[in-house]
Ligand binder design. Structure first.
Ligand code: HEM
Ligand SMILES: [Cu+2]
Length: 532
C-alpha cells in the first residue's frame, strides 16, 4: 500500500482545505461532520452536567435547599433525557465513529455523505426542540415518560417526545450509513475478519440503531395520540393499560443501553491492544461477542418490570436471559485481561481511561447481575442502587471510553499533541470523583433510599453529602479536560502521523488527514492489526 508520509500534514488537510463557516455547514466530509457532532455533544454534556450538579447540590442536605419538588423533577428529567439522547447515544458513534470508521476500513468517506450531513441537522433540530421546552412548560415525567402521569401532567410532553422521536430518526440514519459503509466501502483485502474491533462494535451498534429505534418512535407517537386524542391505549380511564407503555419503552430502551455501551467497548479494544503493544487476544471472539450482545439485548426488556405485576415465569425467563448477556460481556473482559497479560503496558492518558473503564464497568456489570436476580431486585427496584448501577455503566463505562478515545485520537483529528501530565490529572479527578459520587449510592439504595425524591430522611445525610462532594470532583475533572484540549489545540506540539505506534490505518496517513483520507487507495494484504 502506498502510504503518505507525515510531511504533507503541514500543508492541506480536511480542516484548512475549505474555508468559512458555510464550508462546514454544507460539508459532506465524514470527518467534519464528526467534529460538528463533537461540538454539539460537548455543549449538551455541559447542559446535562450542570443539571446533575444542581441535583446533587439540592441533595447535599435533607429539606429543600433551592429547588422546589416540581423543579427537582424537571431538572432530573432534563438531566436524564439530555445525557441519554444528546450525549451518550450520539457520543461515540456520531463523533468518533463518523471520523474513524471510513479511515479504519480504508474508505474515502461513508456510503451516504448527504444522509450523514442530514443526520446532524435532524439531530440538532430534535435537540433544540427538546431544549425549547425549557422556555415553555418544561417537562417533569422522568426520562422514561411513563404513563399514566405523562398523559396527565401539564408539562410539554408532546414536544419533548416528538423531539426524542426526531433524535431517534437521526440515530437510525447514522446506523444505516454505517451498515452500508461496512458492507460496501472496505478497501480491497480488508475482509470482515480484518476489520478493527472498533468497526465491529459500531457495526453491531448500527444494527441495534436501525432495528430498535423505530420501536421507540412508534411508542412515542402512540403517547402523543393518547395525550391529544385519548385513543385509550395507555390511559386506564379509557380502557388502556399504562404498563403496556413500559413494555414498548423498554423494548427499545434496553437495546438502547447497548447502543450506548457497545461503541465504548470497541474503543477500549483499540486502546488495550495499542498501549500493551500486543495483538489483541481472541480477536474473533471479541468481534462476535459484540453481535452476540446486540442479539440477546432484544430479549431482556422485562427486567425493568420485575415489580410491575408480570408473571413469575416471565420474571424467571427475563432474569435468566439477562444473566446470559454476562457471557459475551465477560468474553470481552477476559480477552482484554489476556491481552494485558505480559504486555508492555504504557499508562498514557488514553490507557488510564481504558483501565478506568474496565474497573468501573466491571462494577456496573456485576451490580447489573444483582438487579437481574428477582429476589434482590424486589428490594433494589427504583432505589439509588439502580441509579448507581446505570451511572457505573454510562459514566464509568461509556464516558470513560469516550474520554480515552478522545485523548487517543485527538492528535489524528487536530494534528496537535496535548499536555500529557495534565491529561492524566483529569483522569484522577474524574475516576476518584466518580467513585466518591456513585459508590455511596449503592449503600443508600441498599438502605432503601428511593430514586427521584427531592428530599430524604436524616439517616441518609452523610452518604449524600459525600456523593455531592464527589460530583464537584467530577465537574473539576471535565472542566480541566476542556482546558487541556483547548490548550492543546492552541499551543500543542505538532503531532506525528503515529504518536502511539498503533496498527490501524488512520495512523498511516498524516495528522490531520487530507479531505479524501488516503493519497493512494489502500490495498490490505494482512490483518487484523497487521496491515502491511
Ligand atoms: C457526570 C456526572 C453525573 C452526575 C453527578 C449525575 C447525577 C445524577 C443525579 C443526582 C440523578 C438523580 C437521581 C434521582 O433523583 O433519582 C441522576 C439521574 C440520572 N442520570 Fe445522571 N449524573 C451524571 C452523569 C450521567 C450520564 C453521563 C448519564 C448518561 C446516560 C446519566 C443519566 C442519568 C439518568 C438516565 C438518570 C435518571 C433520570 C430519571 O430518573 O428520569 N447521568 N444523575
Ligand atoms: Cu435493561
Amino acid at each position: 500500500m502506498g502510504t503518505t508520509t507525515a510531511t504533507h500534514s503541514g500543508e492541506i488537510n480536511y480542516i484548512n482545505e475549505f474555508k468559512g463557516l458555510k464550508s462546514w455547514f454544507t460539508s459532506l466530509d465524514h470527518k467534519r461532520i464528526g467534529l460538528m457532532y463533537m461540538i454539539s455533544v460537548m455543549f449538551f454534556f455541559l447542559l446535562g452536567g450542570l443539571a446533575a450538579l444542581l441535583l446533587r447540590l439540592e441533595l447535599l442536605k435533607p429539606g429543600g435547599q433551592f429547588l422546589t419538588p416540581d423543579q427537582y423533577n424537571q431538572v432530573l428529567t432534563y438531566h436524564g433525557a439530555i445525557m441519554v439522547f444528546m450525549v451518550i447515544i450520539p457520543g461515540i458513534p456520531a463523533v468518533l465513529g463518523n471520523f474513524f470508521l471510513p479511515l479504519h476500513i480504508g474508505a474515502k468517506d461513508v456510503a451516504f455523505p448527504r444522509l450523514n450531513l442530514a443526520s446532524w441537522y435532524v439531530f440538532m433540530f430534535g435537540a433544540l426542540l427538546a431544549a425549547s421546552t425549557m422556555f415553555t412548560s418544561k417537562i417533569d415525567t422522568g426520562w422514561t415518560f411513563y404513563t399514566p402521569y405523562s398523559i396527565k401532567t401539564g408539562t410539554a410532553v408532546v414536544t419533548m417526545v416528538l423531539a426524542a422521536f426526531i433524535m431517534g430518526m437521526s440515530s437510525i440514519l447514522t446506523g444505516l450509513n454505517f451498515i452500508v459503509t461496512v458492507h460496501k466501502l472496505r478497501a480491497p483485502g480488508m475482509t470482515m475478519h480484518r476489520m478493527p474491533l472498533f468497526v465491529w462494535a459500531l457495526y453491531s451498534t448500527a444494527i441495534l440503531q436501525v432495528l430498535a429505534t423505530p420501536v421507540l418512535g412508534i411508542t412515542l407517537l402512540l403517547l402523543v395520540a393518547e395525550r391529544t386524542l385519548g385513543v385509550g391505549i395507555f390511559d386506564p380511564a379509557l380502557g388502556g393499560d399504562p404498563v403496556l407503555f413500559q413494555h414498548f419503552f423498554w423494548f427499545y430502551s434496553h437495546p438502547a443501553v447497548y447502543i450506548m455501551i457497545l461503541p465504548a467497548m470497541g474503543v477500549v479494544s483499540e486502546l488495550i491492544t495499542t498501549f500493551s503493544k500486543k495483538t489483541i487476544f481472541g480477536y474473533t471472539a471479541i468481534a462476535y461477542s459484540s453481535l452476540g450482545i446486540a442479539g440477546v439485548s432484544f430479549f431482556v426488556w422485562g427486567h425493568h418490570m420485575f415489580v410491575s405485576g408480570q408473571s413469575e415465569i416471565a420474571g424467571i425467563v427475563f432474569s435468566f436471559i439477562t444473566m446470559l448477556v454476562g457471557v459475551p460481556t465477560a468474553i470481552k473482559m477476559f480477552n482484554w485481561l489476556a491481552t494485558l497479560y505480559k504486555g508492555s503496558i504504557s499508562f498514557q492518558s488514553p490507557m488510564l481511561y481504558a483501565m478506568g473503564f474496565m474497573f468501573l464497568f466491571a462494577i456496573g456489570g456485576v451490580t447489573g447481575i444483582m438487579l437481574a436476580v428477582l429476589a434482590t431486585d424486589v428490594h433494589f427496584h427504583d432505589t439509588y442502587f439502580v441509579v448507581a448501577h446505570f451511572h457505573y455503566v454510562m459514566v464509568g463505562g461509556t464516558l470513560m471510553a469516550l474520554m480515552g478515545g478522545f485523548y487517543y485520537w485527538f492528535p489524528k483529528m487536530f494534528g496537535k499533541m496535548y499536555n500529557e501530565s495534565l491529561a492524566r490529572l483529569t483522569f484522577i479527578f474524574i475516576f476518584v470523583g466518580f467513585n466518591v459520587t456513585f459508590f455511596p449510592q449503592f449503600i443508600l439504595g441498599a438502605m432503601g433510599m428511593p430514586r427521584r425524591y427531592f428530599d430524604y430522611i436524616p439517616a441518609y445525610q452523610s452518604l449524600n453529602a459525600i456523593s455531592t462532594v464527589g460530583s464537584w470532583l467530577i465537574g473539576t475533572g471535565f472542566l480541566l479536560s476542556l482546558y487541556v484540549l483547548v490548550q492543546g489545540l492552541r499551543k500543542g506540539e505538532k503531532a506525528p502521523a503515529n504518536p502511539w505506534g498503533s496498527k490501524t490505518l488512520e495512523w498511516t496517513v498524516p495528522s490531520p488527514p487530507i479531505h479524501t483520507n488516503f493519497e493512494v487507495d489502500p490495498i490490505v494484504k494482512a490483518g487484523p492489526y497487521e496491515y502491511k
